[in-house]
Design a protein around this ligand. Structure first.
Ligand code: DC
Length: 234
């Protein structure tokens, strides 16, 4: 039996990973795993244990481990319609606010949280072929992945994209605030001691600043074709 195919897609906040991961998974006919959604779900679930001033969890050690074991993650379906389940329920849109993103970045510095989620993510990757999207998929969680992609773009470009996306959804947005939030999240994600955001040595790095979504998709697809030729539909 072949082992499942894993394509990793890492990069900073707002670079377009989720949309691209979904598209690539759809074309390959495999699941996608949004690991940011896992951190966000845990952050909201443990909200009352987050010190927002210090941007860290107030729970540690066995107490935190016990709290984490109340979260069970699963994937349902595949391709664009893959659904992330937590405790058998689909994870909803309440995790999508910038505030939830900042709380997720705060819980993501915790070694207990990272160890717990790494095991959960690896267990899913052992069962399903998937596009794994996050910050440390290529470096820490799936170092043996067949194909690793790292997406980047300047903070200004990412804030602008997010601004337009929110406007389209009819949500009020303020560009300077979004730019500041993205810069804050970058600092936390790139500078943390454990599993900081960085490309794996063997990742294909794509600067998306001046590329359309379609151009980035094509570049990713070519990389998958080159590294895992059997995976791509003809
Ligand atoms: O991709 P996202 O914006 O939904 O992620 C939210 C936060 O979760 C992000 O700022 C850092 C953390 N995260 C992480 O540390 N490692 C991952 N693999 C995915 C997300």
């Amino acid at each position: 039996m072949h082992s499942p195919l894993v394509v990793t897609l890492d990069g900073p906040a707002g670079v377009g990973k989720s949309t691209l991961a979904r598209n690539v998974a759809g074309h390959l006919g495999i699941a996608y795993m949004d690991t940011g959604a896992m951190f966000r779900t845990i952050a909201l679930g443990l909200k009352e244990h987050i010190d927002t001033a210090q941007r860290c969890l107030t729970l540690h050690g066995p107490a935190l481990e016990a709290a984490l074991h109340q979260f069970t993650f699963a994937l349902q379906g595949n391709g664009e319609t893959t659904t992330l389940l937590c405790n058998n329920r689909p994870v909803g849109n309440e995790i999508r606010s910038e505030e939830a993103g900042l709380m997720a970045a705060a819980v993501a510095v915790s070694p207990e949280v990272r160890t717990f989620l790494k095991a959960a993510q690896q267990a899913l990757g052992a069962r399903f072929s998937l596009v794994a999207e996050g910050r440390d998929m290529g470096t820490e969680v799936f170092p043996q992945a067949a194909c690793k992609i790292f997406l980047d773009a300047s903070p200004e470009v990412r804030a602008k994209r997010r601004f337009l996306q929110l406007q389209e959804m009819g949500s009020p947005a303020d560009l300077p605030t979004l730019t500041a939030q993205i810069a804050q999240r970058d600092a936390q994600d790139r500078n943390r001691a454990i599993a900081p955001l960085r490309p794996a040595a063997d990742a294909v790095i794509i600067d998306t600043s001046t590329l359309s979504l379609e151009e980035v998709f094509q570049t990713i697809f070519q990389a998958v074709q080159a590294k895992a030729p059997g995976a791509c539909p003809q």
